[in-house]
Design a binder for this molecule. Structure first.
Ligand code: MRU
Length: 362
């Protein structure tokens, strides 16, 4: 991703200093800050407090966390895996990355295990970036077709997205936003409706920031405005990311995605999820079976933070402490509401028959 004219990834290793570095997403959009992860504990903290977030990036950060642990203690593999597992329970990419790390490193001798872990993490990061770019390519073909089929030719294609499924949510490019970036690069005129995405406002804080960096025209709306926008014919397509897809094509994603898909269906707006195949959990047969849905602290709902009129960072209480608060972070959109799944191998149907051939064999 290009930030103020310079190329960045969301996470990377600097060989010269042997440092793992991240863009600290808790500081955006007001401050662009790079942070060093020096230990496993710091990697765990970064995932927990969401300095790094988004399903693919959580997985890659965990892989670098394993490296940091083994650099300090070559016998620390099992402990590192145990500490990282379950920090963010919904995104399957965390488990996916740790399973692969465990398999790769299980029989590695102590004197080479850290080097091997670093090679593994770097490879995972490179593969994620290439995979997201391919998602963007495939999705941009879809957007071009939608744009060419628009009855009001000459008007930009109107895309609605939720949360942040951009370069910040992966190593680079992103998933839903990769599709938008690639379509924009092809010269397809676009306007993006960005859902605010309460309560952490990843849409407002991160997606708007990324679209601005990339020069893509966009407007921020509150989450509850999405249905209105669609009912007035102001959205041609919805594209979101996903944290876990069932073998039957049900899409678990940031809270608020399900009502978005319902409104899309009611208004004949196609709804797509863009994701790497690593996000499909073939052990999750369908939404009839439970998966862990992360529930986060009440403070994310009751408090708001930002920049005050004096230019200083401020945190304010919006709601009384006396009311009970439940803060569900994800919901599940049934496959019947999903028009298709945009992957690195192309657009596939949100159903068992289409997804099964995508299963990795390893
Ligand atoms: O809680 P977050 O910010 O990690 O949630 C992120 C999302 O829900 C994204 O849509 C999803 O991870 C896909 S990111 C490519």
């Amino acid at each position: 991703m290009r930030v103020e004219g310079k190329e960045y990834r969301s996470i990377w290793h600097e060989p010269a200093t042997d440092q793992v570095r991240i863009i600290d997403q808790t500081r955006l959009p007001h401050h662009f800050e790079i942070r060093t992860l020096a230990t496993l504990a710091e990697a765990c903290e970064a995932i927990r407090v969401m300095r790094v977030r988004g399903a693919p990036l959580i997985g890659v950060t965990a892989a670098f966390g394993v490296y940091l642990a083994l650099r300090e203690n070559p016998a620390g593999l099992a402990d590192a895996l145990a500490q990282l597992q379950g920090i963010r329970p919904t995104a399957v990419n965390l488990r996916w990355a740790l399973d692969r790390a465990a398999r790769t490193l299980a029989r590695e001798p102590a004197d080479s295990i850290a080097t091997r872990a670093l090679r593994f993490a770097n490879k995972l990061a490179d593969a994620d970036s290439a995979c997201c770019e391919a998602i963007g390519e495939h999705g941009s073909v879809l957007l071009e077709r939608l744009w060419r089929g628009k009855t009001r030719r000459g008007h930009p294609l109107q895309v609605l997205t939720h949360c942040n499924a951009g370069a910040l949510a992966a190593v680079d490019w992103g998933t839903a936003l990769a599709v938008i970036f690639k379509a924009a690069a092809k010269g397809i005129p676009l306007h993006v409706w960005v859902d605010e995405t309460r309560p952490r406002n990843q849409g407002a804080a991160l997606t708007c920031w990324e679209l601005r960096q990339a020069g893509v025209e966009h407007s921020l709306i509150v989450d509850s405005a999405a249905g209105h926008v669609m009912s007035r014919g102001m959205a041609d397509v919805c594209i979101t990311g996903s944290d876990r897809v069932s073998a039957a094509g049900d899409v678990c994603n940031k809270i608020g995605t399900y009502p978005l898909a319902l409104a899309a269906k009611d208004n004949q707006v196609p709804f797509y999820a863009a994701l790497p195949l690593s996000t499909i959990d073939f052990d999750w047969s369908s939404m009839a079976a439970p998966i862990p849905i992360e529930e986060r602290g009440a403070g994310e709902v009751s408090m708001a933070s930002g920049i005050g009129a004096d230019g200083e960072e401020a945190e304010v209480r919006q709601y009384p402490e006396s009311s009970a608060i439940r803060n569900f972070a994800f919901d599940i959109t049934p496959a019947r509401l999903v028009s298709g799944i945009i992957t690195e191998r192309g657009v596939v149907g949100a159903n068992r028959e289409s997804l099964l051939p995508c299963r990795e064999r390893d």
